[in-house]
Design a protein around this ligand. Structure first.
Ligand code: ADP
Length: 975
């Protein structure tokens, strides 16, 4: 406080300045404010002036306070009031001075205010007395008073302030206390105060909640009593440090609960021994048993986890998404030769090992799994580089998410599925090859099917070259070797198999698998080292391929550029592939033969004039061959072969019969398989042709019909011929019948004529002879000569009639009367009959041995007699007749020869002589009627033979009688 400035005309003033004993609360000045009072201790020369000035000074000071400072006299009347009264009560100081303060007090508070005022007057110093005043504007204001009675002055010095602010502050304190209390009592921290000797001087009530102790059960006791003996040493050492440091974070220790069990506690100690209010160490403790146990479980699980990381069959990874750190387990080294780097770089390391074709997809899928709400699992398959090649892996991961569902960690396991995958890819390849081989997409030849298979295998096993060689009569021929050098294949083409003929030659020879891991060091390749070097062959494994009868039909081989021994897996797949090749090759031989037969069928179809069809009974599909189009004229593109088309084209009159019969044979229980029908079939031009349809039903092993194969032939021509022939036959029959009746009539005529004519002839002859006899004398020579002529004519006529009769009889020999005739005997008869003529003409008759043949002796006699007598009759004038008769056996039958040395016959008349009444000579030169040979011919033909002549003029004649053999005559031949 400064000294006040002296007036110009006054002397120096001495003021006594004292600090009031009563502090007051001022929000602006702080809580340590005190009122300063100034007292004039100088006798001023102008006492009044000084007092006045003091008064103003005081007033100024008072007015500068935000609290109302006032004095109240013994009667309770306001004396002096500071300016703040306007703010608190609404009245300026001059309106309050002279008024009884009690008048302003709210009437409900007047009594207690009067009471306290009385006590103040009696000497009580009052702090923070609260009452309510009526503000000038009428509302109530709460005011807090501090007051003191000055006996000397007989005044009450008062400081009043608006109670609202204080109340708010107090409220805040109360709340803060309450919070503190609840914190101490109900919080998770147990709070205790220990004195320097470790004895409890305070414990918070929540000790009961956590440990079961009431406050009084701990107060005054040493903390050591409750701590686990094993933890005491560590703990006391730690607490000793509090002598030098203020705060301590103690290692968790075990504390005995009231029930005797141990629990884990962790404490923080604060040394407040300097603080008078505390004078000890405040210990905040938390029960952490659960935490410790969880931690232990976690440790165990972590141990297991790291065990798994180290020893498991899978490669485990653990990705911290927050720190972007990737941990890789030992499996990565063991299985993929990936040496983990530090956590920050592992991610890039792995990405560099994933196959570039897979990487983007994997990363996308991983990121979207992380983003996807609630997704807790992620799986992927990809290729990862293992130092030599790519392994196929299955990666399965678990995504850990926090309460906000944000992923923070992903733990995954990678499993090498290369071999599983390989097997399934091999299986897939085999399936495709099988389909190809079965001709599901049309016929593909064996070498192409194998080529497809081998190329597929080579794709699955990079670096391997495959080869199948055909083994045929002990030699090797390439069948399918997609990647082997052509020149190499040419060089081994036709190689003869043997015990040391490379891998394949040896395998085919020994009939055993041959594994040559190092071609250059194997005696089986000793003779082929040049080839091995020229074509970079390091290893070659070969396996014989057998057919169903255990013949080696091929070899299956794998080639490698470097020496190589098969792994177990390669051996398995190698064996499997060679077995599969055997399956394909043998199956193909079968398919091939079917194909060949199909080809055959096609070519038959092309050349045949039959329409070949095949009806798939089960599927009811109808196939037509080429012939259908050729024969019936339908354009092959016109209509698809269809069973309905066939039915429609069958003539409606035949249709029902054909369909019923076809149905019958298909369904027939007796398994009859052959079917043949003739019917009319419509051609493209609308006309009908006759066809014969011959079908065969093919059945399965239980007799069910599967297919029907047949051929339809156009038989219109045959049918037409048949019809014409039938007409002809009918005509012929008619003619034959007519002829037969004519013959009959003729024969009857001849018979009747010959009989009936003989009678008048005999009469003519008889009367002529009577005339000659009776009138012999009357007749002159001429008359007699005429009569002679007439008699001759009648005689000749008689001969003709007899010959005619003979001729008509010749056709009437009945076969029932046939018997075996010894022709030698017949000749003897004829010799007797012609005895005189033979002798007369000095005939030389030579007869050889003749057979016995079927017929009648009269028939043979008539023929023999006629021919022999002709030979005698037509003899040369100057030569005696020589007749040679003999028989020759031929395949067909017997030929009887009658040779003479007569006049012979010009060949131009050879036919004529066998006709009836045909003669070559005049009656004058040679007698005869010209009917003899005609009769002979008729008889011989009746004996089923022929009569022929071989003759020239002047050179004699030979008549040949061809007769069927006895054997053939056992059964009479029908006409
Ligand atoms: P014919 O002897 O009664 O005249 P044939 O029928 O026996 O009647 O003979 C027919 C004809 O064949 C004879 O007229 C004769 O000219 C001729 N002919 C028959 N046999 C002989 C023969 N052995 N040599 C020469 N001519 C013959």
């Amino acid at each position: 406080m400064n000294n006040t400035e002296p007036d110009n005309n006054t002397e120096k003033l001495i003021l006594k300045i004292a600090k009031s004993k009563i502090p007051f609360f001022d929000s602006n000045l702080g809580d340590s404010s005190h009122i300063l009072s100034v007292k004039d201790v100088t006798d001023s020369y102008n006492k009044q002036q000084i007092i006045e000035r003091n008064r103003r000074e005081i007033q100024r000071i008072l007015d500068s306070s935000l609290d109302v400072i006032c004095t109240i006299d013994a009667d309770g009347v306001f004396d002096r009031v500071s300016n703040a009264s306007v703010d608190v009560f609404g009245y300026p100081p001059d309106e309050l001075s002279g008024r009884k303060f009690l008048e302003l007090v709210y009437e409900d508070d007047r009594e207690k205010t009067e009471g306290i005022a009385k006590l103040i007057r009696e000497g009580l110093v009052v702090k923070n007395f609260e009452n309510r005043y009526v503000h000038r504007k009428g509302h109530l204001v709460s005011v807090i008073w501090s007051a003191q009675w000055d006996n000397e002055e007989q005044r009450m010095y008062c400081v009043a302030r608006d109670g609202k602010e204080l109340k708010e502050t107090q409220e805040k304190i109360r709340e803060s206390e309450k919070r503190f209390k609840s914190m101490v009592q109900e919080g998770s921290d147990m709070i205790a105060i220990l004195d320097l000797s470790g004895v409890y001087t305070y414990v918070s009530p929540n000790f009961k909640t956590f440990l079961g102790y009431r406050e009084d059960e701990l107060l005054g006791k040493k903390v050591k009593e409750f701590i686990h003996p094993r933890d005491q040493e560590v703990l006391s050492a730690e607490f000793a440090k509090l002598e030098t440091s203020r705060r301590l974070n103690a290692t968790p220790y075990r504390f005995r609960r009231k029930d005797g069990t141990w629990c884990w506690v962790q404490s923080v100690g604060t040394n407040l021994s300097e603080d008078n209010a505390i004078q000890g160490v405040v210990v905040n403790s938390v029960e952490i048993t659960d935490l410790i146990e969880t931690q232990r479980a976690l440790n165990k699980s972590n141990e297991r986890f790291s065990m798994l990381m180290r020893a498991g069959s899978e490669s485990i990874w653990d990705y911290d998404l927050i720190k972007e750190e990737l941990f890789l387990g030992d499996g990565f080294i063991r299985f993929f030769n990936i040496e983990p780097l530090d956590l920050r770089n592992n991610n890039d390391l792995i990405n560099s090992k994933i196959h570039p074709e897979d990487l983007d997809e994997i990363l996308d899928s991983f990121r979207s799994a992380i983003r996807e709400e609630g997704k807790r699992e992620w799986t992927a398959e990809y290729r990862i580089f293992n130092g030599q090649g790519y392994s196929y892996v299955k990666d399965k991961a678990i995504i850990l998410r926090n309460e906000q569902d944000k992923a923070y960690r992903v733990i995954g396991a990678i499993k090498d599925v290369t071999s599983e995958r390989l097997i399934s890819e091999v299986e897939q390849l085999e399936k495709e090859v099988m389909e190809l081989g079965m001709g599901m997409a049309g016929y593909v030849p064996l070498d192409q099917v194998l080529h497809y298979y081998m190329s597929g295998l080579e794709r699955l096993f990079p670096g391997m070259k495959t080869s199948i060689l055909r083994v045929e009569s002990g030699h090797l021929y390439n069948l399918a070797s997609p990647s082997l050098d052509k020149e190499y294949l040419e060089k081994i083409h036709g190689l003869k198999i043997g015990p040391n003929v490379g891998s394949c030659g040896s395998a085919a020879y020994t009939r055993k698998r041959v594994i040559v891991s190092d071609v250059l060091a194997d005696e089986r390749w000793a003779n082929y080292l040049d080839l091995a070097t020229q074509f970079s062959i390091g290893a070659c494994w070969s396996q014989p391929v057998f057919d169903g009868e255990s013949n080696v039909i091929a070899t299956f081989a794998n080639y490698y550029e470097e020496p190589k021994h098969p792994t177990d897996e390669e051996t398995r797949i190698f064996e499997r592939s060679s077995r599969f090749s055997a399956l394909i090759i043998t199956r193909f031989q079968h398919i091939d033969s079917i194909q060949r037969s199909n080809d055959l069928y096609q070519s038959v179809n092309m050349v045949t004039n039959d329409a070949i069809y095949e009806w798939d009974v089960e599927r009811d599909v109808f196939y037509w061959g080429e012939g259908f189009y050729r024969i019936f004229g339908h354009e092959s593109s016109d209509q698809e072969p269809d069973i309905r088309l066939w039915i429609e084209n069958v003539h409606e009159d035949d249709r029902e019969r054909i369909l019923n019969d076809r149905k019958r044979i298909i369904e027939s229980a007796d398994e009859k398989n052959a079917w043949s029908h003739e019917y009319r079939f419509k051609k493209a031009d609308g006309t009908y042709v006759y066809v014969v349809d011959k079908g065969t039903v093919i059945r399965d092993e239980i007799g069910r019909p599967i297919r029907m194969i047949g051929a339809v032939s156009d038989i219109s021509y045959r049918k037409a011929t048949e019809i014409a022939l039938r007409h002809l036959n009918e005509e012929l029959g008619k003619k034959v019948r007519e002829l037969a009746s004519t013959n009959n009539e003729l024969e009857q005529f001849a018979f009747i004529a010959s009989h009936d004519l003989q009678e008048p002839l005999r009469m003519v002859t008889g009367f002529l002879q009577q005339i000659e006899k009776k009138y012999n004398d009357l007749l002159d020579d001429k008359g007699k000569m005429y009569i002679q002529y007439a008699v001759d004519g009648a005689e000749r006529m008689k001969t003709i009639i007899l010959d005619l009769l003979e001729f008509s009889r010749a056709g009437r020999i009945k076969k029932e009367d046939y018997e075996l005739i010894d022709l030698n005997a017949v000749i003897e008869d004829v010799k007797i009959l012609l005895k005189s003529s033979i002798e007369e003409n000095k005939v030389k008759l030579k007869v050889g041995e003749l057979p016995s043949l079927m017929g009648t002796s009269s028939a043979y006699r008539q023929v023999f007699q006629n021919i022999i007598s002709n030979s005698i009759k037509y003899r040369k004038k100057d030569e005696s007749p020589i007749i040679n008769i003999y028989a020759k056996e031929e395949e067909e039958g017997w030929v009887l020869y009658f040779e003479d040395n007569g006049i012979g016959i010009n060949p131009k008349y050879h036919d004529k002589i066998f006709e009836i009444f045909q003669r070559l000579h005049s009656r004058e030169s040679y007698s005869g009627t010209g009917i003899g040979l005609a009769i002979c011919k008729k008889i011989v033909e009746n004996l089923d033979g022929f009569l022929e002549i071989d003759s020239e003029e002047e050179r004699g004649s030979t008549f040949m009688m061809r007769l069927p053999k006895l054997k053939g005559q056992e059964v009479p031949v029908e006409n």
